[in-house]
Write a protein that binds this ligand. Structure first.
Ligand code: ADP
Ligand code: MG
Length: 232
């Protein structure tokens, strides 16, 4: 089972995973309202559909004024968004997420999947975030760092350092990324996820480590344990 980005981010917040402030809207007026409440000078208007690749398809737009929030919201709401994950028929956008914008320094990729063959969890990270990870896997597989996690042992700081060093982090950013990986792993386990994918995870000019996108899939066989997620 799949949830929207804004729902995934609400859940991540509960696990102390760093995400930006934002709110969901189903009309242009609501979107403007959310942006005004968020304040600041930069916002991002993001189509909420169950598919990735929204940016390339015109479903993620940066706004530098409330007027631009209004313009983007009216274009994106109701649009038929076609991405490499929707198929040629596309998906209609009924909801948008208005999020505070941030000054990106670098975009990374982080993902967690279950390897059913070994019964182990694989955590992956790459310095090549923000783009299709399938392409990175095909063209430069050495740029994806993998760590195997035994679920009986769980996440250890060693794994976080392996992934963090592997994608070129150091110092304070490495520490923050390690905490981020750990929290994402805890969410993955506690909520019975089948996939957790953060693309991009970014470092900012202010030295923060933040999830700008979030894809969570849940194991349907375990949904009875999670009424809160089933409700979504
Ligand atoms: P998708 O993967 O569906 O295209 P993302 O949420 O990854 O959608 O957004 C696409 C790109 O937009 C990101 O790679 C990032 O560069 C930019 N972006 C997304 N959210 C923000 C934000 N809050 N602030 C600044 N840039 C953002
Ligand atoms: Mg993305």
């Amino acid at each position: 089972m799949n949830v929207h980005e804004y729902q995934a981010k609400q859940l991540m917040r509960k696990f102390d995973i760093n995400v930006l402030e934002g709110g969901v809207a189903s009309s242009v007026e609501e979107a403007v309202d959310v942006a005004n409440k968020l304040g600041g000078k930069l916002w991002v208007v993001k189509a909420q559909i169950h598919a990735g690749g929204r940016g390339k398809g015109g479903g993620v737009k940066l706004a530098k004024s409330i007027e631009e929030v209004r313009e983007h919201a009216s274009k994106i709401l109701g649009m038929n968004l076609v991405t490499h994950q929707t198929g040629p028929e596309g998906k209609t956008v009924h909801k948008i997420f208005i999020e505070s914008g941030c000054n990106i320094e670098h975009e990374y990729y982080v993902g967690i999947v279950l390897d059913r063959n070994t019964g182990m969890i694989t955590m992956m990270a790459s310095s090549e975030g923000g783009v299709e990870i399938e392409k990175v896997a095909e063209e430069t597989p050495e740029k994806i760092i993998k760590a195997t996690i035994n679920p009986a042992v769980g996440f250890t700081p060693f794994i976080g350092r392996k992934l963090g060093y592997g994608i070129g982090l150091s110092g304070d950013t490495l520490k923050k990324a390690n905490k981020f990986f750990n929290s994402l792993y805890q969410l993955y386990i506690e909520k019975d996820c089948s996939i957790a994918e953060i693309n991009p995870l970014v470092t900012t000019k202010d030295g923060d480590v933040i999830a700008l996108d979030a894809k969570l899939n849940f194991d349907e066989n375990a949904l009875f344990r999670h009424p809160d997620i089933e409700e979504l």
